[in-house]
Design a protein around this ligand. Structure first.
Ligand code: NAD
Length: 494
């Protein structure tokens, strides 16, 4: 339970982090750098390269050369072996990566170890398994001309080419892995642009890939801001595929830009997930619903269950329990594993979350907790609102912090209608012990993932993505590989 002390490797890495292009450390050609922060105290953690279009061009060209060269020529089993090695090295460097993530992102060291490190290693192992199982099909066809000629068709799955991966700051390492692992398994090469706030573990990941035997140029990292670094990457003519996780607003810009060149695109965007709690739910699960469903990662998860709809028979009880959980969460630095609410990622995001709370109060919603957070660092105390109307910003717009709402309902169909009354459709949950209710209502919920008696727990084998404005496409599972593959039909006459 002691506060984690920072290792010498981490301190030494922080002194001069560089991008990685074509297997070599790279400073921005302009010489520009920018500061990244430690959200727990607001101090500057490191200076990282602020890349521009010229750096992006070098990275994409390196990725294209590596795609045409060693990577696409390797046997699937060789690629698989390298992916397995990456997983081992992520574990071997686990404590260093976890510390780096907690220092830069702010999250609990427990979550850094569990999600950023362990689940990322497992993700590489899972995708390594698919590297040797890429397959097409043989097809009987009915082409009638010329008379007497017969045909047999088959499909080949071919790597799409250079992938631009653009990631958000909430799970920096894990989000990068969700993209890099299937892309590499499919035989693609990658240029990763991590969120400007949290680039450090992405740089280490690229170095680890190299150490694991990934050839130079296969995984490149360019650090910098959305418009200066992300936009030229999206627009680069040699990028074949864009995989993006981030806000719906940015996702739309990227989608439009991608379509101009008909680039393939996967978009994992925002959410405003409902948790629908029926009278017959197991009330012992309320603590888990709030702790993991709502406040996991200080509410900075795209699937966070932030709109709780509880049926009238249990509403008062649910409100009491969830308010008690919200009040009792220990707030403080992620380096102390006892803290359950950690700083949000940046001063800018802290101001956003606070503004959402203030707007809620102004619009007439009622804050139940009213706690204060430590003044040093980017902390926001968790808040629970009641009396929130469906049309309020608090109900419709993403806060992406430790802020939830609770609303009673009588009629189940009305609850489903309220749950669906949002532009988002990423995650949702229903809480019931009645299998008939589950079977009846799950199909009516507009969300890419519906949990039953649980919330907010993705798995590498379970397709993940959004309906409506929460995105296009799915990650995870076998289907994730298809995001990085083209289908070629081969038609053979005989
Ligand atoms: P963001 O959209 O501001 O930034 C995401 C990334 O896009 C960053 O790397 C940023 O630099 C880059 N970017 C910004 N403008 C760009 C441009 N014009 N061209 C190219 N790249 C650009 O999002 P954020 O604030 O970093 O992350 C929080 C958001 O991510 C939330 O909306 C959250 O719901 C979403 N999210 C979604 C999922 C999911 O799987 N659906 C997972 C995690 C987070």
């Amino acid at each position: 339970s002691a506060v984690t002390s920072i290792s010498a490797q981490v301190t030494s890495f922080l002194s001069a982090p560089k991008c990685l292009i074509d297997g070599k450390p790279h400073a921005a050609l302009s010489g520009k750098t920018y500061s990244v922060y430690n959200p727990a105290d607001g101090s500057v953690l490191a200076e990282v390269p602020a890349c521009g279009a010229e750096d992006v061009d070098l990275a994409v060209k390196a990725a294209r050369r590596a795609f045409e060269g060693p990577w696409s020529q390797m046997l699937p089993a060789q690629r698989q072996g390298i992916l397995l090695k990456i997983a081992d090295l992520i574990e071997a460097h686990g404590e260093e990566l976890a510390q780096l993530e907690t220092l830069n992102q702010g999250k609990s060291i427990m979550l850094s170890r569990l999600i950023e490190v362990q689940s990322s290693a497992e993700y590489f192992r899972y995708m390594a398994g698919w590297a040797t199982k890429i397959e097409g099909s043989t097809l009987d066809v009915s082409i009638p001309i010329p008379p007497g000629m017969r045909y047999q068709a088959y499909t080949r799955k071919e790597a799409v080419g250079v992938v631009a991966a653009i990631t958000p700051w909430n799970f920096p390492l894990n989000m990068a892995v969700w993209k890099i692992a299937p892309a590499l398994a499919a035989g693609c090469t990658v240029v990763l642009k991590p969120a400007e706030e949290t680039p450090l573990t992405s740089i280490r990941l690229a170095e680890i890939c190299l150490e694991a035997g990934v050839p130079e140029g296969v995984v490149n990292v360019v650090t910098g801001f959305g418009e200066e670094t992300g936009a030229p990457l999206v627009a680069h003519p040699q990028v074949a595929k864009i995989t993006f996780t981030g806000s719906t607003e940015t996702g739309k810009l990227i989608g439009v830009q991608a379509m101009k060149d008909m680039k393939r695109v996967t978009l994992e965007l925002g959410g405003k997930a409902p948790m629908i709690m029926f009278d017959d739910m197991d009330l012992d699960l309320l603590g888990l619903a709030a702790g993991i469903g709502s406040f996991f990662n200080t509410g900075q998860t795209c699937c966070a269950g932030v709109r709780i709809y509880a049926q009238k028979g249990i509403y008062e009880k649910a409100l009491e329990v969830i308010a008690n959980v919200t009040r009792s969460l220990a707030i403080g630095s992620g380096l102390d594993p006892r803290n359950q609410i950690n700083p949000v990622v940046s001063a800018r995001h802290q101001a956003h979350v606070k503004a959402c709370i203030a707007r809620g109060i102004e619009d007439g919603a009622k804050p139940v907790i009213g706690a204060t957070a430590p003044s040093q660092g980017f902390f926001v105390a968790p808040e629970l609102f009641t009396d929130v109307r469906q049309d309020m910003a608090l109900m419709q717009d993403e806060v992406f912090g430790p802020v939830i709402t609770m609303t009673p309902f009588d009629d189940a169909d009305a609850a489903i209608a309220m749950a669906n009354d949002t532009r988002y459709g990423l995650g949702a949950s229903i809480w019931t012990t009645d299998i008939n209710k589950m079977m009846r209502y799950v199909p009516k919920i507009e969300a890419g993932t519906v949990w039953v008696n649980s919330h907010n727990i993705p798995d590498q084998n379970m397709p993940f993505g959004g309906m409506k404005q929460s995105g296009i496409g799915r990650e995870h599972g076998r289907g994730a590989l298809d995001n990085y593959l083209e289908t070629k039909s081969v038609c053979v006459a005989y």
